[in-house]
Design a protein around this ligand. Structure first.
Ligand code: AFP
Length: 351
């Protein structure tokens, strides 16, 4: 008889049984993230048919146009987690201030930060989307947490991961013991373990970045991307460019195949675009747990001292050797050198 599929529920329960003292609260929390994924995936499948594409006409706290689906995804997270009673606070990319649930405290000690719909410019053209989540634990036993308690370093996360809405829906997470990926089987409505202990290759052949921003980049960043495009058989260059506009989808590809994703700081905007607490930190932890690396260009993402809920940070993430190369270029420690072989490929023999 073939192996019976392992559902998310059973997998988490199995892991929980190996941790004496575990209450099951946390396992339930991951199951609720899974439920959010099922509900949103269902809306996305029919989005072009039920008038939920396009914008709401509002601008969010990030200064970005709000899509109807951003709002629906945010509401779904709020409803599921309010009803579950499992968290005492929620913070979202779509909300200026966190939502606190004093009625769930002190039983609920976890707090959830999330980007409810990542890559929302993809909504109207049926391209991949995602959601990113980070879980931290309230550090106070004697009082209900406040906004500041959610502003925590990446190393303090207790769980992190993402939902990917692609041809199939996936839930990928870590609790600090490796990374596991589950694929939603729509026929039975269950997430099935499809990627156990994901390991990112030490080097890849893919880079993902918005090259439309090239002229806003620092000289080091420009040199690194120029270097990736120079042919060189020994180091596997040129790399292939892949960029979907959905951070989750781009990082997921790199997690499985190796390579590098870059959303760097820019001239006049050194903090970059992506948000530290609910985009960079959770993805950084997932990638590190799979054996990769995540950097600001000058330091480890998980060590960044956060100051604000919606803080932005440059993100360079992926295979360890690729991220290390990028750091060297960004820190002006390295220059692209053209070997004789490269020159020959570019301009022909004997030139
Ligand atoms: P949101 O849809 O959550 O705002 O995320 C979009 C995003 O932060 C990320 O998913 C992409 O990688 C990045 O922005 C794309 O930005 P550009 O359009 O500037 O390339």
């Amino acid at each position: 008889m073939g192996q019976f599929p392992l559902t998310l529920g059973r997998f988490i329960t199995g892991k929980q049984a190996a941790r004496p003292g575990a209450t099951g609260e946390f396992s339930n929390l991951l199951a609720q993230v899974g439920l959010v994924g099922k509900l949103i995936a269902q809306d996305l499948r029919r989005a072009g048919l039920i008038n939920i594409l396009g914008t709401t006409g509002e601008i969010n706290v990030q200064g970005e146009t709000v899509k109807k689906l951003d709002e629906i995804a945010n509401e779904t997270f709020l409803k599921v987690f309010d009803q579950s009673g499992l968290v005492c606070a929620l913070a979202s990319e779509e909300m200026d201030k966190p939502i606190l649930f004093p009625e769930h405290w002190p039983q609920a000690k976890y707090m959830l930060l999330f980007d409810p719909l990542d890559g929302s410019s993809n909504t109207d053209c049926n391209m991949p989307l995602g959601a990113i989540f980070s879980v931290v634990k309230s550090s106070h036993k004697d009082r209900m947490p406040a906004e500041d308690d959610l502003v925590r370093k990446g190393t303090e996360q207790v769980a992190a991961g993402y939902l990917l809405y692609g041809p199939s829906t996936m839930l990928v997470y870590t609790v600090g013991q490796g990374v596991h990926g589950f694929t939603l089987d729509p026929g039975i409505g269950e997430y099935i373990l499809s990627h156990e202990q994901v390991c990112i290759p030490a080097r890849g052949k893919i880079y993902g970045t918005n090259e439309g921003n090239y002229h806003k980049w620092t000289a080091g960043m420009k040199k690194y991307v120029d270097y990736l495009k120079l042919p060189d058989t020994a180091t596997g260059r040129p790399y292939s460019g892949r960029y979907s506009g959905c951070l989750v989808a781009d990082v997921h590809r790199i997690l499985l195949d190796g390579g590098i994703y870059l959303y760097p700081g820019e001239l006049g905007k050194p903090e970059g675009k992506l948000r530290l607490l609910y985009e960079a930190n959770p993805l950084a932890w997932v990638v590190e747990q799979a054996g990769g690396k995540a950097s600001t260009g000058t330091g480890r993402i998980l060590d960044v001292e956060p100051k604000q809920l919606h803080q932005r940070v440059p993100l360079i993430i992926g295979s360890t050797n690729d991220v290390r190369d990028a750091e060297e270029f960004i820190q002006d420690k390295r220059e692209p050198r053209m070997s004789g072989h490269t020159r020959e490929i570019l301009v022909g023999p004997g030139s």
